[in-house]
Every structure is written in structure tokens, then in C-alpha cells.
Design a binder for this molecule. Structure first.
Ligand SMILES: NC(=O)c1ccc[n+]([C@@H]2O[C@H](COP(=O)([O-])OP(=O)(O)OC[C@H]3O[C@@H](n4cnc5c(N)ncnc54)[C@H](OP(=O)(O)O)[C@@H]3O)[C@@H](O)[C@H]2O)c1
Length: 330
């Protein structure tokens, strides 16, 4: 099969499109014929092997898994002997730990769920990592309730564009922080108001937000707290991973927020990176009810993966960048 592989950590230019063996599946695993795969910052972090902390899981000297990509949407091609939830032919979406930028990927059955019926594969591949993160930020960390005022920083991004819609579905009034070119897009997601981060700061209206969801990752905690009501909650999703070789920008949520949280009235919480079937199921319900529509900024072929990653890093996409995988007629 064709796959995007990398032998060493580095920039996207080190990626190669190669013919490699299809992955073998274990007894609880599923072989998925990949139709689309999403791009998220985690992919760039694994590719760069930076911040270095990530190498504890990805391999100290060189990548342990040579195929890139985590989000996947496709069709079940084979199932392991003990798989109970899927059969060949099922349309699925979820995540792969063995690399989804390939014609086939293998993943545990508990990392997949049925694809939302009303989405294309490209749209479905835009949901898993970003959608699960957005859901956790709104539901579990932010504890968003009807009537809450919620501020989403990075509202045009992969996580933010879904957090805006999910917070609306949970009954909140939502303000999105984005660049001026993305303002119409963010309003189209359902945001009631927009803050243009090139002209205004997030504390423009004073301490009015019950929940601030920060996916931008580059503001100090003191500024983020100035936008919160006295008992408000800060959900820290993002860190600027290019800042600092060891921890990237993630020191803020790993150490700063938990420590400060013990002495101030605000709840300051990092959004943790769990992936659960129940969350994929809830996201599918939100999508099929019309409350959540993933936005695909642009699609690239497998052979154009390097361009896709460059556009994601530099192109200020509105919503998600997705790689689509075509299969020769069989
Ligand atoms: N905790 C977890 O489990 C988890 C999971 C997934 C992602 N993440 C993290 O969450 C963050 C966001 O991920 P993503 O996939 O949404 O990335 P993304 O698609 O690149 O979105 C980031 C957004 O931040 C915006 N932004 C940049 N500078 C800003 C500023 N000064 N003020 C406000 N917004 C600004 C960008 O807008 P412009 O392009 O217009 O500048 C972009 O829309 C990343 O740090 C990622 O590592 C965490």
C-alpha cells in the first residue's frame, strides 16, 4: 500500500510517499481502508519530535511508528478474531495510532465508531481529535451550562470551530476570538459575537465569561483570568508547541494553571487528551442532529501531504485541513 512515512524527526520536507506492507491486525484490531485523514498540531509535533517530551511515547531517537496521521475516516476492510463491534464494509471514523496517512491503517476497535451518516469521509475525518478535544473542553473541563457566557480563543481553528458549535448546543452564549478574515466564518458557526485579536484583547468587555476555552495557547494566565467571572473556569486546550524545546508552550497548563488554581477563585484546568468511543458517539449525535457541522478548509491528496502540512502551519485555515485517499478500482 502507499503511505506517508518518516524515518527521522524533522520538517515536513523529510516525508516520503512509499510502498510499504499493509499493517497486520491483532485480535481486537480493525483494518480500515482509509478514505480521509485529518491534520492537527499533534501530527506536526510527532513529525518534529518536539517538544522533546513527546519522544517518551513516539520514540527517543527516531519515530517508533513510521507512518504519520491520527484522524481517520474510512471503511472496515478486515476485523480481528475478537472484534465484536464492526464488520467489513462498515463506514467508521476515529483515530489510529499506527498512522492514517496511508491507504490502510490498523487500529483498536475501541478507537472507532460508526461514521455520521450525513457526512462525507472528508468531513468525518475532520472530527475525531479536534471534536473530542472540543467536547471535553466544553462538557468536562468547562462544565458549560445553559445561559453561560463562553469565550472561545482560536475560534476558527480545528478545535475552536467545533468548540463554538458544541458550546452553542449546550445552551451557551458564545464569543469567538479570531483574526479579521475569519470573523464571518466564526459567526457562521453560530458565535453570537466576535473579538478580532489583531485589534482588541479578550478582556475587552471585562470579567464577563463563565468559561474561557483557550486553544490559541499564547496568552498569559493573568490576561485569560481578567476575562473570567469571579468563579469562572479556564479550560486550557492549547500550548504553542514551537515555544521551548522540552515542554513547548505546555508548561502553562502542566504546571502554572494547577498551582495557581489552588490559591485563586477561578478553576484553571488543562483539557486532557483522552480518546473515548462514547465521545465519538456523542459527536456523531451532535452532527446528525445538525448541531455540529465540521468545516473542511481544504482537501489534499496523499501525495500532497507535505503541502497540506505547510498550509496547516502557515495558511491560517478556517476549520480543518484534510487529506483524502483515493483507491484504484478493484
Ligand atoms: N489537549 C488536547 O487533547 C489537544 C488536542 C488537540 C489539540 N490540542 C492543542 O490545541 C491547540 C489548537 O489546536 P487546533 O487543532 O485547533 O489548531 P489550529 O487549527 O491551528 O487552530 C489554532 C487557532 O488559533 C488561532 N490563533 C493564533 N493566534 C491567535 C491569537 N493570538 N489569538 C487568538 N487566536 C489565535 C489561529 O487563528 P489564525 O490562523 O487566524 O491565527 C487558529 O485558528 C494546539 O495547541 C494543539 O496542540 C490539544
Amino acid at each position: 500500500m502507499k503511505a506517508i512515512v518518516y524515518d527521522r524527526y524533522g520538517p515536513p520536507s523529510g516525508l516520503r510517499l512509499r510502498d510499504i506492507d499493509r499493517p497486520e491486525i491483532g485480535e481486537h484490531e480493525v483494518l480500515v481502508r482509509v478514505h480521509a485523514a485529518g491534520v492537527d498540531p499533534g501530527v506536526l509535533i510527532f513529525l518534529a519530535g518536539r517538544p522533546y517530551l513527546v519522544r517518551l511515547t513516539s520514540g527517543l531517537r527516531r519515530p517508533r511508528v513510521p507512518v504519520l496521521g491520527r484522524d481517520v475516516a474510512g471503511v472496515v476492510a478486515e476485523v480481528g478474531a475478537r472484534v465484536t463491534r464492526f464488520r467489513p464494509g462498515d463506514e467508521v471514523y476515529g483515530t489510529s495510532l499506527r498512522g492514517s496517512y496511508a491507504e490502510f491503517t490498523a487500529t483498536h476497535e475501541r478507537r472507532l465508531a460508526g461514521k455520521p451518516a450525513n457526512l462525507t469521509f472528508a468531513q468525518a475525518a475532520a472530527v475525531p481529535v479536534s471534536g473530542m478535544t472540543a467536547l471535553r473542553a466544553v462538557r468536562d473541563t468547562g462544565l458549560v451550562r445553559p445561559g453561560h457566557r463562553v469565550l472561545v480563543i482560536g475560534a476558527a481553528g480545528g478545535v475552536g470551530s467545533q468548540a463554538v458549535q458544541i458550546a452553542k448546543a449546550y445552551g451557551a452564549t458564545v464569543t469567538g476570538v479570531c483574526s479579521p478574515t475569519a470573523a464571518d466564518f466564526v459567526r457562521s458557526l453560530g458565535a453570537d459575537d466576535v473579538v478580532d485579536y489583531t485589534r482588541e484583547e479578550i478582556d475587552r468587555d471585562g470579567p464577563v465569561y463563565d468559561v474561557v476555552i483557550d486553544t490559541g495557547g499564547n496568552r498569559p494566565l493573568s490576561l485569560l483570568r481578567r476575562a473570567l467571572t469571579p468563579r469562572g473556569t479556564l479550560a486550557l486546550v492549547g500550548g504553542d508547541w514551537t515555544r521551548g524545546a522540552l515542554l513547548g508552550g505546555y508548561g502553562r497548563q502542566m504546571f502554572g494553571a494547577p498551582l495557581l488554581s489552588t490559591v485563586v477563585g477561578h478553576r484553571l484546568r488543562a483539557v486532557s487528551a483522552r480518546e473515548r468511543i462514547e465521545d465519538l458517539d456523542e459527536l456523531r449525535d451532535l452532527v446528525e442532529s445538525g448541531a455540529l457541522t465540521p468545516s473542511v478548509d481544504s482537501g489534499y491528496s496523499l501525495a500532497q501531504t507535505v503541502d497540506a502540512l505547510r498550509h496547516f502551519s502557515d495558511g491560517h485555515p478556517a476549520g480543518k485541513v484534510v487529506i483524502t485517499v483515493s483507491h484504484p478500482a478493484t
